[in-house]
Design a protein around this ligand. Structure first.
Ligand code: PAF
Length: 277
């Protein structure tokens, strides 16, 4: 497995890769969710490239960039074991050298929910993904459904900018008690870890209401927020039902609908989502 830190080296290596190439962009501190993307990419491509880059431009000034969990040695061992061909792990100065000045901005989906609560976040995500796509030139790139709004942003960017790759979305991987896997789960204390199941419990309740015939998105929202309010360690940021494409709130649920939730457990911010159809 090659470990590459420079854009120029990666571009040189690229000509020796067998196609198709599958790219799995990550910020490291890998868990089973990431590994499910890697395995899918391995099954569908001749060459698999994983990127490990804690992208500073998608963190706000008050967010957890410095504290974001990192374990490069462990990540590399896991990826080697999965048969990954190359890992691109650049320093920030390689991706954003002095004088860097180009950004991918988007209207619509980036202004809602995560976009509204984390100004600039999706600008950073879209920019870094665009750069990674240009650097690695993959035929496919793999993302987890856990970050559903990020998926909508990336798909919109790829379509609007006529990019030549397919975006593959893999299902959320959950712990046995339902908690969606996330690198940020590492911040939770043992009591917070138990409380964190509230996100999944609220989403399951939303889906049960829908399966029972409820099409009133307002009633589903109320049920989710009531469940979160019952959990003393949880502070609700949002719990709503949206279109999985535009992320606009739905009034009534007829076709495709996504329940989305963001909750703070102590100081850790977690997100999760579930399709209601
Ligand atoms: O989902 C993530 O880990 C990041 O947002 C991504 C896609 C690797 C971009 O930095």
């Amino acid at each position: 497995m090659q470990v590459i830190k420079e854009v120029s080296s990666l571009k040189e290596q690229r000509s020796s890769w067998t196609h198709p190439v599958g790219l799995v962009p990550t910020m490291g501190f890998l868990h089973e969710g990431h590994l499910s993307l890697v395995r899918r990419a391995r099954a569908e491509n001749a060459t698999v490239v994983v990127t490990i880059f804690v992208n500073p431009t998608q963190f706000g000034p008050t967010e957890d960039l410095a504290l974001y969990p990192r374990d490069m040695d462990r990540d590399l061992a896991l990826l080697e074991h999965e048969g990954v061909h190359a890992v691109f792990a650049p320093p920030a100065s390689e991706m954003y050298p002095e004088g860097y000045s180009t950004w991918v901005d988007m209207d619509g989906v980036t202004s809602l929910l995560e976009g509204a609560l984390r100004p600039g976040h999706f600008r950073g995500v879209a920019t870094v993904c665009n750069k990674l796509f240009n650097i690695a030139a993959p035929e496919r790139a793999y993302f987890g459904q856990k970050d559903a709004q990020q998926v909508a942003v990336i798909k919109t960017m790829v379509q609007d900018l006529n990019m030549n790759l397919d975006i593959v979305v893999a299902p959320i991987v959950r712990e046995p008690d339902g908690l969606a896997m996330s690198s940020r789960n590492a911040y939770l204390s043992p009591t917070e870890r138990v409380a964190a199941t509230v996100l999944c419990r609220a989403l399951i309740a939303a889906r049960s209401l829908r399966m029972g015939g409820c099409s009133d998105a307002g009633a589903i929202r109320t049920r989710m927020s009531d469940i979160v309010k019952e959990e003393p360690l949880a502070t609700l940021e949002y719990a709503t039902v949206v279109s999985p494409v535009s992320f606009k709130d739905l009034g009534s649920v007829e076709g495709s609908a996504l329940a989305v939730i963001a909750v703070r457990i102590g100081s850790t911010r977690l997100i999760d989502n579930m399709l209601l159809d």
